[in-house]
Design a binder for this molecule. Sequence first.
Ligand code: FDA
Length: 497
Amino acid sequence: ADGATVPALVIGSGYGGSVAALRLAEAGVDVHMIEMGKAWDTPGPDGKIFANTTSPDVRSYWLRTRTKQPISNFLGFPLDKNVPRHTGILDAEEFGGIIVYQGRGVGGGSLVNGGMAVTPRRENFGAVLPTVDAGEMYGTYYPRANAGLGVATIDPDWFETAECYQYARVGRKHAQRSGFGFVFVPDVYDWDYMEKEQAGTVPKSALAGEILYGNNHGKNSLQQTYLARARATGRVTVSPLHRATSVIPAAGGGYTVTIDRIDTEGTTTTTKSVTADKVFFAAGSVGTSKLLVALKATGALPRLNGEIGKGWGDNGNVMCGRANHMWDATGKLQSSIPTAGIDNWAAGGAFAEVAPLPTGIETYASFYLSITKNPHRAEFTWNAAAQRAELNWQTAWKQPSIDAAKTIFDRINAKEGTIYRTDLFGTYKIWGDHLTYHPLGGAVLGKATDNYGRLQGYSGLYVIDGALIPGNTSVNPFVTIAALAERNIDKIIATDL
Ligand code: FDA
């Protein structure tokens, strides 16, 4: 309510925010979470909460009037279509040189992502978070996060026979024939449920092509895991369709947070203020960075240091497809949940997910999202004239990612006598180099904050999301975001409460 006072306010309900809320509540602290997206707990007119990937609708995009599908074309034909403007689930946020995809709603990115839950190889961890004790992370916090998220690996026997993973078995064959390491990728999807989907005994989600705009069944998003446990403590309340716009020191201590209540067309209906002893920035790498650069530049929090907005990276994301021979069909039925990857990180700086292309028809295509060792880092700055934060990423900065991905796919193409697909991202365009699913950084640990996410210059203000991680995790990021949040909140509870 307007004018309320709360012990802890969490801005954003993704991984960082959900971990913080649960652990604070368990420590006896009342927590209020605000989330600018919808609750995603009510079915639409079709009886389903979430829209299918093959037929995006009003629910699918955040405040756009036309879809912006990551795979924009098929056989050269554009796929995008008009939709009503709505606080939909997937934000395709456009900056100068990159589109950053993000989840919007209670559960953040966990609502839209593929659920791939990967712990980086320990030998790569020093490059991911150089100031963090790896022993503690691998001994305590990665296991805690994996357990809390419900991470599990596919039954390898079932994998060998499941029709819906023919595309992944073709991916394995091609990887191994070219001498690359092939690994199973753990996921938060309920594998028993997926086996029942394949057997035809339950309503289909992964096998109906659901992903990107939400999964109606099977996927353990944060709504089913951390947030459910947080709510069960009785100490956590969540306000959807509430957007934080300002945080300033309050006269009597703590911070006053200004919050816009928005309707489902994105229009502000009321503005409230809430005062909190402690404020946790968990709006995601982009959301937290945008807020902090604005607060520093406009004089709300002038003592934030010069590292605010810096160290942002795209986790080296780049996509491509390959055209297989007719004897390497990838299957009409493809599980939308990827379960395998090609590891060429040590030699070539690339880890490639073998991704589905669930079109419902045989495409003879293999599709991949590569995570690569891209050295470029961008910065958010405040444009006072336009009253908005901008990001200086350049499209050409993807070239090192393309080069790294080519260490895998040029070799596979040479070995198999195959070529790249050129019809998925436009006409005659091989590389999906215009986007990222994995924004990281902008308020980097040990730089904009201390080594536990405490913002420099203001006690009681914390960053606890992907903004802490300096641009790359060598694998899919959410397990690392959750594990780092577990580590930091442990310290904060022990010493700051
Ligand atoms: P996250 O983005 O999850 O949450 C931030 C929340 O804050 C959002 O709900 C947002 O609406 C809200 N917010 C923002 N500004 C606000 C404001 N001013 N006021 C109130 N609320 C605000 N990762 C992975 O490990 N495996 C995978 O398989 C995938 N796959 C994947 C697919 C797709 C399509 C996407 C878009 C992303 C992935 N990811 C992924 C990435 C993963 O989802 C991402 O790294 C995490 O969700 C980031 O977690 P955070 O806690 O940092 O923020």
